[in-house]
Design a protein. Structure first.
Length: 461
């Protein structure tokens, strides 16, 4: 990317977002295809993988702290043409990721049983839920490395390469599921365990592909010299961006774990419906994530090159596109809900409840599309604390609080829980728009730029 490309950001964002969208779609399939294929093996096991994925998603959020920070900083250093700091950032990210991954794996093995007891996972799927989490959680570091290498490649604009790796990874996962879940020749049917093994094998192969692309396409070096002496200032910059953004996503996903606890109260039919609805909701907002990631890279580059007006224009344009596409997809899902849910199940209770949930989902996506774009873009301009504070307050007050009142107390079931989540997304989105319109972020960027120039001038004397 260069400044001329960044200024023509409308076409650039679209070109960048398409491969990111395809990659994210395929990554989503790696997790969701397990639930879809296990549903044909035994429908009650859909809930097992759905409950395990609540914890796995929390793990991915923690790991994304480093990948988001890596993307923002590398993009910014590319914009300011400070190539010397790029390898330093990447090496520091790898070291921190290794430490975090080991800690997460230990935590999973120590506390998985207690967590699932607290979530009230039904006994008929308890062992399968724990087995899936143990297998996937044992290889947390593979997922973490994959995300970090992908983040660096995206910063350089190699979205298509990451997409191709995701395509191959998805093919491996589907083939592995087909063989291991149902069994083939001398391989016995492994059910949930087979789905977990296939997921890990596909991610490992995806990581190998990304490392090969990384070594070929970038000039980033992995070497001890970037760690001796260890740059604590680089770690500080990574954590300055990563901790608040990670806390925001972590808080949201913890609230989702509590909401899943409410859903488990209603039994396996409602659990299965919730899982299927969540899978379909992913299709509604996944392009919002893709275009927000592309926009975050471009905005970070523009901030690095000190072009704040164009960065501001870019963010509003991204928001308009994100919301339009999310609502259009959700509308299609509602209109054709029976056909779409029919891919997963023929259960008439699930079909009826699912259609009602998708109706509420339409309102939820209004807020979610705003939040996805605004949070990413506020992070790229280093207004990172406010989205985290807002998420903690709103997700727990409205998402969890109203979900409990409507779903449990007022006995509205899954519909009431979804209304609570929709209220959270819409209120949070409205407040984040107001925050962005204040342009406090622009003042922070200008002040930081002045400080950096003063330090450079002082060193030059």
């Amino acid at each position: 990317m260069n400044i001329a490309e960044a200024k023509n950001s409308n076409s650039l964002i679209f070109k960048m977002s398409v491969p990111i969208f395809i990659e994210l779609l395929l990554q989503m399939f790696v997790g969701n295809i397990d639930q879809i294929m296990i549903g044909h093996f035994n429908e009650i096991y859909v809930g097992a993988i759905g409950n395990a994925n609540i914890i796995i998603n929390l793990v991915i959020i923690i790991l994304s702290v480093m990948s988001v920070s890596t993307t923002v900083l590398i993009s910014r250093y590319l914009g300011s043409k400070n190539s010397g700091k790029i390898s330093e950032v990447f090496n520091a990210s790898i070291v921190m990721l290794t430490f975090i991954s080991i800690l997460i794996t230990i935590t999973i093995f120590a506390f998985a049983g207690l967590i699932f007891n607290w979530m009230q996972v039904p006994q008929n799927i308890f062992n399968e839920t724990k087995a899936y989490l143990f297998i996937v959680g044992a290889f947390t570091i593979v997922q973490g490395f994959y995300m970090t290498y992908a983040a660096a490649l995206r910063s350089y604009g190699f979205m298509k390469n990451v997409m191709l790796a995701a395509i191959f990874m998805n093919i491996v996962n589907i083939a592995g599921n087909f063989i291991l879940i149902n069994g083939m020749y001398t391989i016995p049917p492994l059910g949930v365990t087979g789905a977990a093994i296939s997921t890990i094998a596909s991610r490992f192969i995806g990581l190998i592909l990304l490392i090969c692309i990384f070594n070929t396409k970038t000039k980033i070096k992995i070497s001890k010299k970037y760690l001796n002496p260890f740059s604590f200032s680089t770690v500080k910059n990574l954590l300055h961006i990563g901790i608040p953004s990670g806390a925001e996503e972590l808080s949201y996903n913890l609230s989702q774990a509590v909401i899943m606890k409410f859903v488990n109260y209603f039994g396996t039919m409602v659990i299965t419906t919730k899982v299927y609805c969540s899978i379909l909701a992913n299709f509604a907002y996944i392009y919002s994530i893709a275009i927000s990631q592309a926009s975050q890279i471009v905005v970070s580059y523009l901030i690095g090159s000190n072009n704040l007006k164009l960065a501001n224009k870019r963010i509003w344009a991204t928001l308009a596109v994100s919301m339009t596409i999310s609502l259009f997809i959700t509308l299609l899902l509602y209109i054709f809900s029976d056909n779409v849910f029919g891919i997963f199940t023929k259960n008439p209770e699930i079909l009826a409840l699912g259609k009602k949930i998708i109706f509420v989902e339409f309102f939820l996506e209004i807020g979610r599309s705003i939040n996805i774009v605004m949070v990413r873009c506020l992070i790229s301009v280093e207004d990172v604390k406010f989205p985290a504070y807002m998420c903690v307050f709103s997700a727990w007050t409205f998402g969890v609080g109203l979900g409990y009142i409507f779903g449990i107390v007022m006995d509205m079931g899954l519909i009431g829980i979804w209304i609570g989540m929709a209220t959270d997304e819409c209120i949070r989105g409205f407040i984040l728009i107001l925050r962005f319109k204040t342009l406090l972020w622009a003042k922070k960027v200008k002040n930081k730029r002045r400080k950096e120039l003063c330090i450079l001038n002082t060193r030059g004397r």
